[in-house]
Every structure is written in structure tokens, then in C-alpha cells.
Design a protein around this ligand. Sequence first.
Ligand SMILES: [Fe+2]
Length: 388
Amino acid sequence: MAHRSSPREKAPDSRILRKFDQPEFIFGPAARKLAGLYAKTFAAGRVLVVTDPGVRAAGWTEDVTKSLEKAGLSYIVYDGVSPNPRSREVMAGAAVYRGGNCDVIVAVGGGSPIDCAKGIGIVISNERHILEFEGIDRVEFPMPPLICIPTTGGTSADISRFAIIRNEKETNKIAIVSKAVIPDISLIDPVTLLSMPPYLTACTALDALTHGIEAFVSPVSSPITDLHALEAIRLIASNLIAVVENLDNLELRTKIMLGSLHAGIAFSNASLGATHAMAHSLGGLLDIHHGECNAILLDHVVEFNFQVASARYRQIGEAMGLKLGKMPLKAQRADILRRIQGLREVSRITARLHELGVSRKHIPVLARKAIKDLCMVTNPRQQFPQVV
Ligand SMILES: [Fe+2]
């Protein structure tokens, strides 16, 4: 393939300003048990604990409520959150918060409870419907204190300035991007990953890998986000297969959690790309798991983008353990695609879109929604085929 240079591949321009946000976090075993201590430092009267039935069944919610009890705090548990959290679940959670006179929120779970908790927080402080916040910097007033305990190694909702909510009426997902939805503190405890089954482990890790890759090729990346993105890619690519085969290995789980954290820091500041734009569109229409959508789409987007950011993708390939040497670009691209496809196949994510319910009639509507998604703005290649 002929190499075309692009502005993306030039050295960082010292005249360009870059902002870098990152919340406070604690990383390590038993971090989840500090929830009570931190809720107390926020002078909590009553805490709303936002979680879901699966996380409750795994026992992680109870660990958190016990720590609240130990700190002498009262709480209400709201677990009406489904995967791909709906706008009505956010509004129902806000009603529980108000009815219970809560003043601090603790979210325990994967991206769904955490995004729902962010939604509840901004609905409470701004007294508006959750769907009115779609877009960048549309949140006027900060939310009540939010403490997150993530239980999946993937979404990084616990440290990001993104909240993704499903508009069930329009069957799409809205992205709320604002500094106002960055949690106050994240208690990142790798022990919580031990309850994840192999398929969810693979889906969430491939979501995190996609965060690292899309942040690294984003036109608004910076030398700071690059450091985090490459380390995320290295940690996830080198440990994903081992962790899926050794689910009880805390050391491997810790490496994936650390990779996810690096990826989250990178994408929260450099944003994402076409894989996520299409995953949001797919997940909104057909309620497919977010990580699974990304895993299925990632290599196709890399193939599409490669010609405008080949030097960046080369660095990604090397972070994934490839020795690309002086290979021609076409061979480099083929090796990188094979590496991504290999990670997906070893993770046993084998479904094709049509097996998940996507048919030809869905393509125009999926494409239209994806093209309008905020993540598409930072995809490195902007020449898209015409949607009819
Ligand atoms: Fe994601």
C-alpha cells in the first residue's frame, strides 16, 4: 500500500494546547472496602448505592455496604440497572435518591451501574431529564459526590468523563461528555475481577484494548495520553489469553485491571474513534454487549483507518508484541490485523454481526447513527462511504 503522510503522523506541535483530567483513585486489593471511609470524608448523611443484580449476587455490593455500616452510615441500594443502562433507569434511580434524602452516591459494578450513577448525579443537581445532557459540556451544575468501585476490567467509566445512556425510545445510545461526570474517587480493586466468567473477561478486556488503540490514533492525543495508551495495549495484549485460561489468577487479573486503568486515562482525555461510534449504534439498536461489539468491529476499523495513521498503527503493533522491522506497510497492516483477530478468536468471540441479529436492512440506520456519534469526530480517517 502506498504510504500517504497525514497531519496525524507529524511530531507533536508545541503550540497546541492539551487539557488533561484524571480523578483521584486508589488501586489495589481490598480498595473496595474503603468505600465507607471515603463516603464519610464527603460528610455523607445517607448514601445511594447503585449496582446491578449480577454484582449483588457476586457479593461485591455487600462488601461495600458493610464498609458503609462500619463507618456508621445509612444507605439505600438501587439495583434496577440493566446492561446498556436505559434513560428510565436513570430517572427511577434519581427518584430513589430524592425520596431517600441521599447526599452521596456509591456505584459498584461495571460500566452500566457506573454510567447510571453518573446520570442520577447530574439529573439530581440540574433537575433535568437525562436525555437533555447529550453532547459535550452540556452539564451546568456538578453532581453530588460520586465514589466508584469498578468490577470489570474494561469500561473505565470509573475514571472517565463519558457516560453512555440508552435512549430506549429512539433505540440508540447517547454520549454525555463532561468534566462534571468524572467521579470524585475510584476505588479500583482487582479482586473484584475474580468473579467474571471467561466470555465477559474477554469482552471487557477487548473493550479496554480498543480504548487504548483508539486513543493512540486520535487526532487529539498528546504525549501524556500516548504513554498511557501504549502501556494499556502492551498490558492487555500480553495478558489477555493467559487470564482467560487462568481466571483465578489474581496477578493476571491485576495486570488487566491496570491495563484498563491506563486505557481509561488515555481515552478520557484523547477520546475514541469509529469502533466506539459503531459499537454505540449497535448496542443501542440491538442491546448487544458493548465489549463484544468492539471486539467484532475493531480489526475492520483498523483496516479502514490504517492508510492515514500507519506509523501510529506500527507502534500499536509493536506494543502488541509484533516484530514489524522493515516490512512493507501492507505486510505490517496484515500482521496487526491478524494479531487483533487472534486475540478475539482465542477469547472465543466468534459471532458475526448477522448471528447477533443484524441484517442488511439495519445497515443504513446503524451507519447514520454511528456517523453522528461524538466518538466519530476523533476518528483519524474522516472520508466515509456515502450512506444511502
Ligand atoms: Fe468502550
